[in-house]
Design a protein around this ligand. Structure first.
Ligand SMILES: [Zn+2]
Length: 192
């Protein structure tokens, strides 16, 4: 006997999207008791995260000051949904929940996610919080890792490119030292 996965998987340019996530099991017969379900939370710093949705986790996150966004439901954590864990939120119009810094951190202000809606049409996720915002570009000069807020950019450079920064500082110090040595002096006047 062949068991089929009941979910409908569609390919997008950002990966595979699963529609109708929920209680489908690999056997296609009733909810999978062992499946982990995730839901969305707003953390105290405003960030939106996806985390386990069971009672125990909910209580724990509440203790941490996280608000669970139950209006967007929960989704089964599987090899498909883990690739695009925010899709369920997007499909239900939850893009507006993200704080601006998170949108920028993910580069969504430049490359908004494209997802298939329930009618099978490819749509671009719109972030209303970006309207009227003039966002400076903090692309990394050393890698293609992404774009950042000023703070994220500073942290990224310090964390990921310490060697490059050290080398640049060294080169700068050497060139300063050289130009100081080579600077000719005429009497008391310094010729630049
Ligand atoms: Zn980088």
């Amino acid at each position: 006997m062949v068991f089929m996965v009941q979910e409908r998987v569609v390919k997008t340019d950002i990966g595979e999207v699963v529609l109708g996530t929920g209680s489908t099991s690999p056997r296609g017969s009733g909810p999978n008791r062992n499946a982990a379900f995730y839901t969305y939370y707003r953390c105290p710093n405003g960030e939106i995260q996806y985390r386990p949705s069971d009672q125990a986790h909910r209580a724990m996150y509440r203790e941490e000051g996280c608000e669970s966004l139950t209006q967007y439901g929960s989704f089964e954590w599987n090899w498909i949904s883990c690739k695009n864990p925010f899709n369920q939120l997007f499909l239900q119009g939850g893009a507006k929940e993200f704080p601006l810094f998170q949108v920028i951190e993910y580069g969504w202000h430049k490359n908004p996610p494209k997802i298939y809606n329930e009618l099978g049409s490819l749509i671009t996720v719109v972030f209303p919080q970006l309207e009227g915002q003039d966002i400076p570009d903090f692309s990394c000069p050393y890698c293609t890792h992404g774009v950042y807020t000023q703070e994220g950019y500073d942290n990224h450079l310090k964390g990921a490119h310490k060697d490059e920064l050290d080398n640049e500082r060294l080169a700068e110090a050497i060139s300063k030292g050289l130009s100081a040595q080579q600077r000719p002096r005429v009497g008391k006047a310094v010729v630049e």
